[in-house]
Design a binder for this molecule. Structure first.
Ligand code: ZN
Length: 181
C-alpha cells in the first residue's frame, strides 16, 4: 500500500511512531529516468528478493512524497548501514537528471523535517556513495547521482530552503572537498 503524505503535521506524527534510534539519513536515486513511484520501485526490489521496497520515502518528480517501507522497520538501502538509518529515494536518474524544482522544494523540506524529528545535523544526511567516500574506500556506486550536489543539499538543510539555489543543482562542482563528477 502506498500512502501519500498530505501534510507535514501528518508526516511528523508518522515520524513520531519510529521506535528505532536514527543516526543518519541516506539520499538515493531511483536510477530510472523520468517519474517513478513506490509501487514501481517495490516491484523491482521484491524481484531482487527484498521483503519490501528498501526505502522509507520516495520523493517523486512532481514533488509528491510517498511512504515506502514502514519507518519502524530497518530499510535496505546501504549494505551494513540500515539499522540506525532512514532511506529517502528521489525519482529520476541522478546521473543524468537534475532534481526537479518540486523535488528540491519538497525533498529538502522532508530532509529538514527528518533532521528536526531525529535531532540530526545536516552533516548526518549522506548521499549513498558517501558511505564509502567518507571512509576513503573504493566503491562503484554513483548514487544519489552525479547531478546531486550533496554539499549544497546539506547547506540548504542547515540554512533553510532557498529556491534560488536550485540553479546549482546539476552542475559538476566541488562541494565540501568532494568532487561530484
Ligand atoms: Zn542508493
Amino acid at each position: 500500500m502506498t500512502t501519500v503524505t498530505n501534510s507535514y503535521i501528518e508526516l511528523r506524527k508518522y515520524m513520531d511512531e519510529c521506535q528505532r534510534h536514527i543516526k543518519r539519513v541516506y539520499v538515493h536515486t531511483a536510477d530510472h529516468e523520468g517519474e517513478t513511484s513506490v509501487e514501481r520501485i517495490r516491484k523491482v526490489h521484491l524481484r531482487r528478493g527484498f521483503t519490501d521496497i528498501g526505502y522509507h520515502f520516495v520523493v517523486r518528480q512532481d514533488g509528491e512524497i510517498q511512504y515506502g517501507r514502514p519507518i519502524n522497520d530497518k530499510g535496505a538501502g546501504v549494505k551494513t548501514d540500515n539499522r540506525y538509518t532512514i532511506h529517502v529515494c528521489f525519482a529520476g536518474d541522478g546521473d543524468i537528471e537534475r532534481w526537479t524544482d518540486a523535488q528540491v522544494r519538497e525533498g529538502i523540506e522532508l530532509l529538514i523535517t527528518l533532521c528536526e524529528e531525529f535531532e540530526l545535523d545536516a552533516d548526518q544526511v549522506w548521499g549513498h556513495k558517501e558511505f564509502w567516500t567518507r571512509r576513503k574506500q573504493r566503491h562503484k556506486k554513483s548514487c544519489p547521482g552525479k547531478m546531486v550536489p550533496m554539499g549544497r543539499v546539506r547547506d540548504m538543510i542547515e540554512e533553510g530552503l532557498d529556491m534560488t539555489m536550485c540553479g546549482e543543482f546539476g552542475e559538476t562542482r566541488v562541494n565540501g572537498g568532494e568532487v561530484l563528477a
